[in-house]
Design a protein around this ligand. Sequence first.
Ligand SMILES: Cc1cc2nc3c(=O)[nH]c(=O)nc-3n(C[C@H](O)[C@H](O)[C@H](O)COP(=O)(O)OP(=O)(O)OC[C@H]3O[C@@H](n4cnc5c(N)ncnc54)[C@H](O)[C@@H]3O)c2cc1C
Length: 371
Amino acid sequence: MFRSSFRQFVDKEVVAHVDQWERDGIVPRELYTAAGASGFLGMQVPEEYGGGGADDFRYNLIVGEELQRTGSGGVTLSLTLHNDICLPYFLSLCTEEQKQRWLPGICSGELVTAIAMTEPGIGSDLASMTTTALRDGDHYVLNGSKTFITNGINADLVIVAVKTDPTLRHKGMSLVVVERGMEGFERGRNLEKIGLHSQDTAELFFTDVAVPVANLMGTEGQGFVHLVQNLPQERLSLAASAVAAAQVAFEHTLAYVKERTAFGQPIGSFQNSRFRLAEVCTELDIAQVFVDRCIEALNAGELTADEAAEAKWWCTELHKRVVDTCLQLHGGYGYMLEYPIARSYVDARITSIYGGTTEIMKEIVGRSLGV
Ligand SMILES: Cc1cc2nc3c(=O)[nH]c(=O)nc-3n(C[C@H](O)[C@H](O)[C@H](O)COP(=O)(O)OP(=O)(O)OC[C@H]3O[C@@H](n4cnc5c(N)ncnc54)[C@H](O)[C@@H]3O)c2cc1C
């Protein structure tokens, strides 16, 4: 029932606008408020704060899968970043006062969220970050900059990873929430990307921003631990979205190869096409089983960091292989933007980089093996 009602929402509120949003380089804020009004934001948030009260990640999976059917990774990420990636921090780390202040707006879509870890000088090596938040009485003075921040233009609440003690690496890190309108908080341009065109990805600048201590998220000095605790869900969300996007690309391609003919026969009937499609179909089935198992583990509170890393790197690398194969099977038409596979191809490229690169994921898995 949830899938069917979300599909109706996507058909009514999203599908007709995707091309315009891709041209705009951003989704409108009304997408969030429309999704919030229909109950598609903050499904895990307890009802007393305006959420769905359903602590089950399968709802998030459905939202991601159905949005991928629009053929736009950018539109998908706008909502999955808010629901799957940022929300868990607000749910697990906020004080009662913070929950009352922020959760109702997160659920209604009036408060759009983002998370800012990456800086111009560091990405993978988070503990080397240089953005500082130094305590001064009842507030922190925040200085530094972040880049590549998803929802960076639309966001009202940005979870910013900072150093509250710049003399330390991991143990000097904390999380603070920076709000739209705080003095000294500026947004840079909406960055031009090769794909994810409807997604606003921005630089953020902080100059002597006075962030109240009441906006500290979690415990001072525990920022790295908080990230490590929440990143498995982020990585599973990205893995699930990758499989969903690849599945959509596969279905488009299957339809295409049945219609297009060469040498007097459908191109799908060449043995090479059949074998490549059989490989894609098999790998997608295997990936879906693993993603589903990880979601069950997440729901049971048992998803480990290394399982999430396995899912993230393998599913996103599969996504890239699948769209490459599918584009090849389209021939020259696959290179034309009017065919959905073209957008799928460019949108896929980032998935093995953001949320932790494939190499960093393999480091996590490798370390868990004791090597
Ligand atoms: C569209 C987009 C959206 C993004 N959204 C967000 C966001 O919302 N919030 C946010 O904080 N960040 C975001 N990012 C940033 C993203 O998470 C980083 O780009 C990513 O973590 C890699 O960091 P980097 O770009 O600095 O690459 P680097 O860390 O400089 O890495 C460059 C290369 O070196 C490799 N490498 C680095 N260290 C090692 C190692 N130890 N062993 C082997 N290889 C290594 C990497 O795997 C990579 O191939 C986004 C990026 C993009 C492009």
